[in-house]
Design a protein around this ligand. Structure first.
Ligand SMILES: [Zn+2]
Length: 157
């Protein structure tokens, strides 16, 4: 954890006096029509996507309505398996939610989904390959909080 910048001295830069500061805001985020995704993740360790009943596209991350034809989507359970079309190794912690670095983050295209979803991937970076198969794993029930940190992908060999 970085030292609190509110105790750092102010300084001048380009003729402007700069005061290091920090915002820390606690708030609650209502998930609305996508509540089922978070509830199933937390309570049942299931990855839910949505499918358009009109054009058949499947979204993961789920969307409540189809961005192609504007129909309301229906919930579908995803298999949790897919491929990794892109990935990177993250070397710095950008927030206090993911403090262990480095970590691997990548797009995971779940089987049947139309788009990859940026997700955490655990494994050896040197063994990662574009197009490799992965499967979802979940934190134990007592550690799940209904957030996307509750699951991650591992190589599916
Ligand atoms: Zn549609």
């Amino acid at each position: 954890m970085m030292a609190d910048p509110r105790f750092d001295p102010g300084f001048e830069k380009d003729g402007v006096f700069i005061l290091p500061d920090r915002w820390k805001i606690d708030y609650q985020c209502a998930s609305g029509e996508l509540s089922k995704f978070y509830k199933e993740l937390k309570e049942n360790a299931r990855l839910m996507g949505t499918k358009c009943p009109s054009c058949g596209i499947t979204y993961f991350w789920p969307r409540s309505w189809c961005h192609r034809c504007y129909e309301d989507c229906e919930w579908v359970e995803m298999s949790g398996k897919g491929v990794v079309p892109m990935f990177t190794r993250v070397e710095i912690s950008l927030n206090d939610l993911q403090t262990e670095v480095p970590y691997i983050q990548g797009g995971v295209l779940l089987d049947g989904a139309a788009y990859p979803a940026i997700s955490f991937i655990r494994g050896e970076f040197s063994e990662m390959e574009n197009g490799m198969r992965v499967r979802a794993e979940f934190l134990p029930a007592e550690e799940r909080t209904g957030r996307i940190r509750d699951f991650f992908f591992v190589p599916d060999k």
